[in-house]
Design a protein around this ligand. Structure first.
Ligand code: NAD
Length: 281
């Protein structure tokens, strides 16, 4: 009893993140004093490549682990002693745990999306799924779809080279077939798939609107958005109105923290309590 944890989030633009509050509240509820610090690379005048210095400092000063976000999810890889295979396959780490075997990297965006998907869209068909957005979140979600058994993953991105690279990386795992869809063909493709996973920033305040025309959404489709600020994006609202089953981005945001909390502390968090807490933030 009474073991405490010092945790942190390293990256830029992390001021609004809800992750610190989720960990601190759950730690308190578990009877573990938990302090979760924001380690802003801009404020520290450090570049993404300097993330190793933050890791060293945190480890030396007794942190249990760190979450890592933009722009350091890839640059952190070379500063780790071991990388969980699920994180290595997608080439990005968002959770680093300090322990007797050094700094070990994990990706709970991947596991968190998979868990949110199973919970929020139980029984959803995944024979053929379209992923729109092949950036950082898109990569985690693409590999998570292989964890939930996707048959064929179609990938589209405004930057076609990104879509091609992600499709190739997923194909290389041997766990799903893939194809690249040109951005102009996304709406036609929606008539042929079981579900749409959206992982571009469209729908955030700075990027308003829907990433696909609402008329292309239909009731035989499920739609999973990763954007979670706001939870009710224009896409989520339009998909509901068109009769589609919908999963908003909140579940991924909470379950990445649920999975990280377990890795940091070795204690199973109460996922429902963390979901409730998130809903009230
Ligand atoms: P990113 O910049 O790495 O990738 C975005 C990708 O979308 C880019 O490849 C870009 O070319 C593409 N794109 C942008 N607009 C497009 C459009 N209209 N059509 C097609 N492609 C388009 O960004 P990211 O880090 O992957 O983040 C994407 C979103 O996911 C953000 O809103 C972020 O907040 C959210 N996110 C949510 C969670 C969560 O836990 N729910 C986790 C991570 C990221």
């Amino acid at each position: 009893v009474g073991v405490g944890h010092l945790l942190g989030l390293v990256g830029t633009g992390i001021g609004p993140s809800l992750t610190p509050a989720l960990h601190e509240r759950e730690g308190d509820a578990q009877g573990m004093r938990t302090l979760y610090r924001r380690l802003d690379l801009d404020a520290l005048e450090l570049a993404a490549d300097d993330v190793g210095r933050v890791l060293d400092a945190a480890r030396l000063t007794g942190f249990s682990g760190l979450n890592v976000t933009h722009p350091a999810k890839q640059t952190v890889l070379r500063h780790l002693d071991r990388i969980d295979p699920d994180a290595a396959a997608l080439g990005a780490v968002n959770t680093v745990v300090f322990g007797p075997h050094g700094a070990i990297g994990h990706n709970t965006d991947r596991s968190g999306f998979a868990r949110s998907f199973r919970r929020g869209l139980p029984g959803a068909a995944v024979d053929r799924v379209l992923l729109l957005g092949a950036g950082g979140a898109g990569a985690a979600v693409a590999h998570a779809m292989t964890d939930v058994g996707v048959g064929e993953l179609l990938v589209a991105d405004a930057d076609r080279a990104r879509a091609e690279a992600l499709a190739a990386a997923v194909r290389e795992t041997g766990r799903a077939t893939t194809a690249v869809v040109a951005k102009a063909d996304v709406e036609d493709a929606l008539a042929t798939v079981d579900g749409l996973v959206h992982a571009t920033p469209t729908g955030m305040a700075a990027h308003p609107g829907t990433p696909v025309a609402p008329h292309a959404l239909h009731e035989r489709l499920w739609v999973a958005d990763v954007v979670y600020r706001p939870l009710a994006t224009a896409l989520v609202t339009a998909a509901r109105a068109r009769g589609a089953r919908v999963l908003d981005g909140g579940g991924m945001a909470v379950f990445q923290a649920v999975d990280a909390f377990r890795l940091f502390t070795g204690v199973e968090p109460d996922a429902d309590r963390m979901l409730d807490h998130f809903a009230g933030l």
